[in-house]
Write a protein that binds this ligand. Structure first.
Ligand code: AHN
Ligand code: ZN
Length: 334
């Protein structure tokens, strides 16, 4: 009897070990079916790209760090992509002040009709207005997770896609949006209608894409995709407006064993760049975004959101690896 109990206990332990987030042999399962090889994505290299962005300092519009980072992004993408577009524009921030922005697009197979977008914002927020310490509210943030994490993954994807060309029938556009995070600061909020103050770069691009008449099959927005043990429920608008894209990505993640992070439940509605891509540009786009559960909420976002602690210490190469693996698998299976 005791022996039987021991055997059962070991069996239970083995089964529960199998449900962690580590990549396993099952990674190539779907790929094998379609006979495509998904090239290896390097989470440590992606971490390096996140750190390089943070090392410029906060990429706040108007700051030298913002200009320097833009130049570095363009130069790095020119190394990896077939074509790089720079979209310079003028817009107005929440208080009516004019500001210059720059969206950057790195394209593979620019002539292919079927296209997939992966996007993130490369600017960082000028205000740490969710910091528990009010004396930090006027400080700009590093935005290691809020912004840089998605861009770091996209740069590593570009590196891998250069070395392992995607099929000619498919185009991929990596879009680095500016001015996502200049939304109305907490102390200036006057109305409930400040939604349009966020996502200024994506609003511009979605009305006036880098190529006139541009269309894509679908888009995936990355926002806060680099912290340890992330929680990615199905963001509400993504589910409402692009359920088939969401299901494709979450199914891929499930097949790879990532169910602890790519959670099969509906999350909060988030006003992010994907809204404009979906509704202005007509490209069904989902948001992979780290959202808190019901406990431990100062906001619905990841715990260090819009605080001075959103720095490189929050970034975990394992998370970048997981998200990179999922994206590469989705793309190479299209
Ligand atoms: C709102 O807070 C309404 N939207 C913010 C989306 C966001 C900000 N993502 C990252 N930073
Ligand atoms: Zn933000």
């Amino acid at each position: 009897m005791r022996k039987l109990f021991m055997i059962l206990a070991v069996a239970v332990a083995l089964v529960s070990c199998g449900s962690d987030d580590s990549p396993k042999q099952t990674t190539g399962q779907k790929a094998e079916k379609k006979k495509v090889v998904v090239p290896a994505f390097d989470g440590t290299a992606a971490y390096g790209y996140v750190k390089q962005q943070c090392d410029f300092g906060p990429r706040v519009p108007g700051a030298k760090a913002h200009q320097d980072c833009a130049a570095w992004l363009v130069a790095t993408l020119r190394d990896f992509c077939d074509t790089v577009y720079e979209q310079d524009f003028m817009t107005r921030i929440y208080n009516g002040e004019g500001v210059e922005g720059k969206n950057i697009i790195g394209s593979f197979n620019p002539n292919a009709k079927k296209r997939i977008i992966v996007a993130a914002h490369w600017d960082s927020r000028p205000f740490a207005d969710n910091d528990p310490d009010e004396s930090n509210w006027h400080k700009p943030i590093d935005g290691a997770n809020d912004g840089a994490s998605g861009c770091g993954i996209m740069l590593e994807m570009a590196k891998v896609m250069k070395a392992n060309r995607i099929d000619d029938h498919l185009g991929v556009d990596l879009i680095f949006f500016d001015l996502e995070d200049y939304g109305t600061p907490k102390w200036d909020e006057t109305t409930q209608h400040d939604d349009m103050a966020w996502g200024l770069g994506s609003q511009y691009w979605s009305k006036k894409p880098h190529i006139s008449g541009y269309k894509a099959y679908f888009g995936i927005l990355l926002d806060m995709v680099g912290a340890s043990n992330p929680r990615f429920p199905k963001e509400y608008y993504s589910q409402r407006d692009a359920a088939w894209v969401l299901n494709k990505v979450w199914r891929t993640a499930r097949e790879m064993g990532y169910t602890q992070s790519f959670i099969n439940e509906i999350g909060d509605p988030i006003n992010d760049d994907h809204i404009y891509m979906t509704h202005y540009a007509g490209i069904p786009t989902i948001d992979i975004i780290h959202l808190n559960g019901d406990d431990d909420r100062t906001s619905c976002f990841y715990p260090y959101w819009h605080t001075v602690n959103d720095n490189i210490d929050q970034i975990d190469a394992k998370t970048l690896q997981m998200v990179g693996n999922v994206l590469m698998t989705v793309i190479y299976n299209e």
